[in-house]
Design a protein. Structure first.
Length: 527
């Protein structure tokens, strides 16, 4: 062993000896107060607080034993290099754990001090808590092996004192926070006393509390139940708190649950890592109950607003989907997409579009003999059948006008087989009319006209806009429908030329179309 190694080991043992010496007196004083309180509670017959007094006394004895054993075993050996910081963290965590139990149970009992009949009992509780607080401050100051003693000494600073005084005056007295928000809270800590303390305090505040002893159990509980907040210990034997936090934030269902880290490690680096990983807050043990309650209130309040925001977002999405479904009844999907991207004027020219017009024969006469409700029910059923057929064939319904129906194929998406699609649409309309007539007992027939060619399509109107088509092709198709016969499909020569061999075509003769002259036409049927 080198001289440097020997000096390092010696310095380490001196530091531990100094630590034990500095801690033994306040720890023994704390143990003394705990024993006095236990004896006084027993003497006064306070059986209701004896279980907690037993916990306080047990924790005080455990703390005293840990301090007495500081020089025992491997700890007295000098840690290698950078391990000093790890030793410091482990030792601080080990000593703060029983101290946390003492402060926690002591504060809960002191809050109930109004029911104490003995003034001395109340006074001794005050002394116990003051000793615990003093020991906590002393512990954080002394257990700092990686920092030179001179760096931790604080010289009196009159300016700083004035600043603190001004700040305290501005802040005013600390309010005793009530639990304004309540919820379902999961407490995760491997130490039973810590779980018990937190659970009892939170239950007092009206929360629904579940507690588990480790990271794996926490993940299982989160998978099975719904929680509004997680109080998560950082140092645990199976899965540490930081890993649990990272897994929660990677899970879509769990990532919005706020997490408060509660740990005996009062380290800035640990706090920063947890906050960066998504923790809502970070509190060192022993925790201040007023501060803890305020942080819980804030977290639950924010979660309520986040949940409400998510609920509103879902409603907006549902309403948006409902609105788009409604738009799809009057506009093609592609046109809706263009509107959503901000296009104000939509007007396009399409080539090779097949246009169909259909009109019910005898509807006006028959409808005058039935009720308005019966008439609307019939049209709704019939046109719904036509709409379903159009969706099946990739045909775009344009509009209905009274008892007339207009549809096109080949827009807004080009369709090389648009003429065949519109022919199938026409034949299917006659079939479905027959089924609807059988259901209602009506005797109606239908005339259909089809033509193909270029059209202009776009949106017109501002208040009740519609998607419509215009052009010579539309006019010819309308005239073909007017010159058709009941339950016949009247098509132009252009349509017939494309359907030869696929459908039966019967010459109709020529019709006179305004602006077009004589047109040779045909009746279309199935082969």
């Amino acid at each position: 062993m080198s001289i440097i190694d020997t000096d390092s080991a010696r310095a380490w043992r001196i530091q531990l000896a100094h630590l034990r010496q500095e801690l033994q007196s306040p720890v023994n004083a704390l143990l003394g107060y705990a024993e006095i309180l236990h004896e006084e509670a027993s003497r006064n017959g306070r059986l209701d607080i004896l279980p907690d007094m037993n916990r306080i006394l047990g924790a005080a004895r455990d703390l005293a034993g840990k301090v007495d054993r500081l020089m025992d075993g491997d700890r007295a050996k000098s840690p290698p290099g950078s391990a000093a910081t790890t030793q410091e963290q482990d030792l601080r965590h080990e000593l703060r754990t029983p101290l946390n139990a003492i402060k926690g149970y002591g504060e809960m009992l002191r809050e109930d001090a109004a029911s104490f009949s003995s003034d001395s009992l109340r006074a001794d509780f005050d002394r116990l808590l003051a000793a615990a607080t003093d020991l906590l401050l002393r512990l954080d100051r002394i257990v700092r092996f990686s920092v030179d003693v001179e760096e931790t000494s604080l010289a009196p600073d009159q300016t700083g004192a004035v600043m603190v005084s001004d700040l305290m005056r501005s802040l005013g007295p600390v309010r005793q926070y009530a639990a304004t928000e309540t919820g379902s809270i999961l407490v995760v800590d491997d130490i039973e006393a810590n779980r018990d303390l937190l659970s009892r305090r939170l239950t007092r505040d009206g929360h629904r509390v579940s507690s588990v002893a480790g990271g794996q159990q926490a993940l299982q509980a989160l998978a099975n139940d719904e929680f509004d907040l997680v109080l998560l210990d950082l140092m645990m034997p199976d899965i540490n708190g930081l890993d649990v936090l990272v897994r929660m934030k990677a899970d879509e269902r769990l990532r919005r649950i706020p997490v408060i880290m509660i740990t005996a490690l009062a380290e800035t680096e640990s706090a920063v890592r947890c906050i960066e990983a998504g923790a809502e807050d970070y509190l060192p043990k022993p925790f201040d109950p007023i501060l803890l309650r305020a942080r819980i209130n804030a977290c639950l309040h924010k979660k309520r607003w986040r949940d409400r925001e998510q609920k509103y977002l879902r409603r907006i999405e549902e309403e948006t989907a409902k609105f788009e479904r409604l738009l799809l009844t009057i506009l093609p999907r592609q046109v809706i997409g263009r509107l959503n991207h901000g296009e104000a004027m939509i007007a396009d020219r399409f080539e090779g579009v097949s246009v169909l017009f259909a009109d019910l024969v005898g509807f006006t006469e028959h409808s005058s003999r039935v009720t308005p409700a019966a008439m609307v029910e019939y049209l709704n059923r019939l046109f719904s059948e036509f709409d379903a057929l159009a969706r099946e064939l990739g045909v775009e319904k344009i509009k209905t006008i009274g008892d007339a129906y207009m549809a096109v194929a080949g827009l807004p998406d080009p369709n090389p087989d648009a003429i065949a699609a519109i022919a199938k649409m026409a034949l299917g309309m006659i079939d479905r009319l027959g089924r609807v007539n059988s259901h209602f007992g009506w005797p109606l027939q239908i005339r259909i006209g089809i033509h193909s060619g270029p059209v202009v399509a776009g949106i017109i109107g501002a208040h009740r806009f519609i998607y419509d088509v215009w052009g010579d092709t539309v006019n010819v198709a309308s005239r073909l429908e007017a010159y058709s016969l009941p339950n016949r499909i009247h098509v132009s020569r252009d349509i017939a030329r494309h359907l030869v061999g696929r459908f039966a075509l019967e010459p109709r003769g020529s019709i006179d179309v305004k602006g077009k002259g004589k047109l040779e036409t045909f009746f279309l049927s199935r082969i």
